[in-house]
Design a protein around this ligand. Structure first.
Ligand SMILES: Cc1cc2nc3c(=O)[nH]c(=O)nc-3n(C[C@H](O)[C@H](O)[C@H](O)COP(=O)(O)O)c2cc1C
Length: 257
């Protein structure tokens, strides 16, 4: 079998980081949407795990491991092993839930590593978003999450989100039936699954080359440590953004290609 054909059939894995504030025994619209999308992904040989963030002790902080009792290290390990990373959230007062904000903060160390080395540990993963709401704010939330994912090395495919705003029935079975019967929701889930899996397999065949290595050595100012540093950067644009934000002139010995 040609190698590409083999990759096309290889199983993929998805992790849903579900930010509903409801506990596992309650009926959550967001979690039900995750389950609906997971079924569509399964048709493409992509197995999903839904992580109910509310059930874990995810300590506040910016590090991957915030010490005793912190359960984020176990979750981030699963993120690292997955091909698809999906953030799922209800909309609370126009934005994502506090649990999604918490995990974004907890991924900060990965962003620091990216700035220091030019390499993202999330590179070649495909991102997706699931949103449940009642009436408004969905595009704003998609924008916020896409911005975070993209700047941290996750690839965003076309049709990267499944969202529903409106009324809900009183139980999970009825909601799944409602989604199944809704042409637009079903179509969104089908196209999203297809595109995510397609891009994940493309990336397996063609991992994004590390632009930084060897060719983009730069002197740059690292905000977190408040020091000048020497290292690889993954993009020309990133260097300029860093230098502009710090309002510090580019040192004469910096090499910008
Ligand atoms: C306090 C509160 C604020 C909300 N804010 C919004 C909002 O800004 N926009 C929106 O579309 N829905 C809003 N909603 C509706 C929820 O997003 C919606 O019910 C969601 O599906 C809940 O998901 P869950 O069942 O997983 O908790 C709000 C609901 C509550 C109770």
């Amino acid at each position: 079998m040609h190698n590409n054909e083999k990759i096309d059939k290889e199983p993929l894995t998805a992790i849903f980081l579900c930010g509903t504030l409801k506990n596992v025994n309650e009926f959550s619209h967001t979690k039900t949407m995750c389950e609906f999308l997971a079924k569509h992904l399964e048709k493409h040989n992509c197995k999903s795990e839904i992580v109910d963030l509310v059930e874990y002790n995810i300590k506040p902080g910016l590090k991957i491991d915030e010490g005793e009792g912190d359960e984020w290290p176990g979750i981030i390990k699963k993120v690292m092993a997955a091909d698809l990373v999906i953030f799922a959230t209800p909309i609370w007062w126009g934005t994502y839930s506090s649990l999604i904000q918490r995990i974004i903060e907890r991924m900060d160390e990965l962003n620091d590593q990216l700035l220091e080395t030019g390499h993202s540990k999330l590179s070649n993963k495909v991102g997706g978003i699931v949103i449940s709401g009642a009436e408004d704010g969905v595009e704003h939330v998609i924008g916020q999450i896409c911005n975070f994912m993209s700047w941290n090395g996750i690839t965003i495919p076309p049709t990267c989100s499944l969202s529903y705003l409106g009324d809900y029935p009183d139980n999970k079975e009825k909601l799944l039936k409602q989604f199944e019967e809704s042409k637009s929701i079903k179509n969104m889930a089908e196209v999203m699954s297809h595109n995510m899996v397609y891009i994940a397999r493309l990336l397996r065949k063609n991992p994004i080359p590390e632009v930084g290595k060897g060719t983009m050595q730069c002197v740059y100012y690292h905000y977190t440590t408040a020091r000048w540093a020497w290292g690889d950067l993954n993009s020309h644009g990133l260097l300029h953004t860093l230098l502009k934000r710090t309002r510090i002139p580019i040192p004469p010995h910096a090499h910008i290609y």
